[in-house]
Design a protein around this ligand. Structure first.
Ligand code: SF4
Length: 333
């Protein structure tokens, strides 16, 4: 969707017509302006040319699978990917991309290894969620959660990410509650402060992946410029000031960062945070990039138990979507 054209057009319309148009796009999920009969023909034709609703995509995975991936071809031919996770509870989480590719080059990440093409427009982010809504609705399902954990680093495209989430939250659009929207970031100054000062109650996840700068430097080149020690006070101030929970993402890599010594280092590194406001999310590595291997089940268990004994709340995220190359770190263009 051409976001600017759409916004411009809406601004020219009276309030009742704006509601009708949003209802058509986000509730009726029309894919063609010709179906919006409340609009005069001339305006439908203008929208068809300037703000087309069709989305060019291919789908991997079936409705009954735990995860599905869509490869969307943008208007300029670039390809991005987005994933939906079908939880056993019947809820759906959609993983959104914020960039085509990513310039940060994390060693474990397919997207990062492929390089960077460009930032996505807000409309191209909204479009990913809109596509899933169109695919879920006929099954009587809808999106419950949105997470920015797809392609790209959201802080490198923060203005468009914020525009997109404000639209997705809008009650006239997808009406996703703020607490059901999460942004995951490696942490970049100064944009991090802008994100953490954002007034709405979105969830924040810090992609940590190592307990020390020494180790993180080997995984994530960005750490040379935005070190753990520099970022920690910013995240800690956020947690203390807002009393909101911070998710800490930690990708467990066999014999790289998954020993009990590293668990101890992590416990010490995080000791400055109020423990009740931290959630450590241990991720499984999805093979494909770099000379890494997933941690063994026993190492994962021992790592989690160690942290829990130190008083931290720990979850182990199931790795869904490996078979469709749609799991964490596997998205590509
Ligand atoms: S893990 Fe995230 S920040 Fe790192 S290269 Fe991949 S997409 Fe970029």
């Amino acid at each position: 969707m051409n976001w600017s054209a759409w916004e411009h057009f809406l601004d020219t319309q009276p309030a009742f017509r704006q509601r009708q148009l949003n209802h058509a796009v986000f509730q009726e999920l029309v894919t063609d302006w010709s179906a919006v009969s409340v609009l005069p023909l001339k305006e439908r034709q203008w929208l068809e040319v300037n703000c087309p609703l069709d989305i060019n995509y291919t789908l991997s995975g079936q409705d009954a699978d735990p995860a599905q991936k869509a490869r969307i071809t943008l208007r300029d031919g670039l390809i991005i990917e987005t994933v939906v996770i079908h939880h056993e509870t019947g809820r759906q989480t959609v993983c959104l991309s914020s960039q085509a590719g990513c310039p940060l080059g994390c060693a474990f990440c397919q997207t990062g290894q492929q390089g960077f093409r460009r930032n996505l427009k807000a409309g191209e982010i909204v479009e990913q969620a809109l596509l899933w809504q169109r695919l879920l609705a006929p099954q009587g399902k809808h999106i419950h959660n949105l997470v920015f954990m797809g392609m790209g680093e959201p802080l490198l495209n923060l203005a468009e990410v914020i525009r997109a989430i404000e639209w997705l939250h809008n009650s006239m659009a997808l009406d996703i509650g703020w607490r059901h929207i999460a942004i995951s970031t490696v942490g970049l100054r100064p944009q991090l402060k802008d994100l953490l000062n954002y007034g709405e109650q979105i969830k924040i996840a810090w992609s940590l992946h190592a307990p020390s700068d020494n180790l993180r430097n080997k995984l994530m080149p960005v750490n040379h410029h935005h070190s753990l020690m520099a970022l920690k006070p910013i995240f800690r101030d956020y947690v203390v000031r807002t009393n909101r929970r911070l998710m800490v993402e930690y990708l467990l890599l066999d014999h790289f960062n998954d020993s009990l010594e590293e668990a101890e280092e992590l416990a010490i590194f995080l000791a400055d945070f109020p423990k009740n406001l931290l959630l450590i999310n241990l991720l499984n590595y999805n093979p494909g990039v770099g000379n890494f291997y997933p941690s063994s089940g026993s190492a994962r268990e021992a790592f989690a138990v160690f942290l829990e004994k130190r008083g931290y709340k720990v979850t182990t995220r199931l790795s869904l979507g490996q078979d469709i190359l749609g799991a964490c770190g596997q998205l590509s263009w």
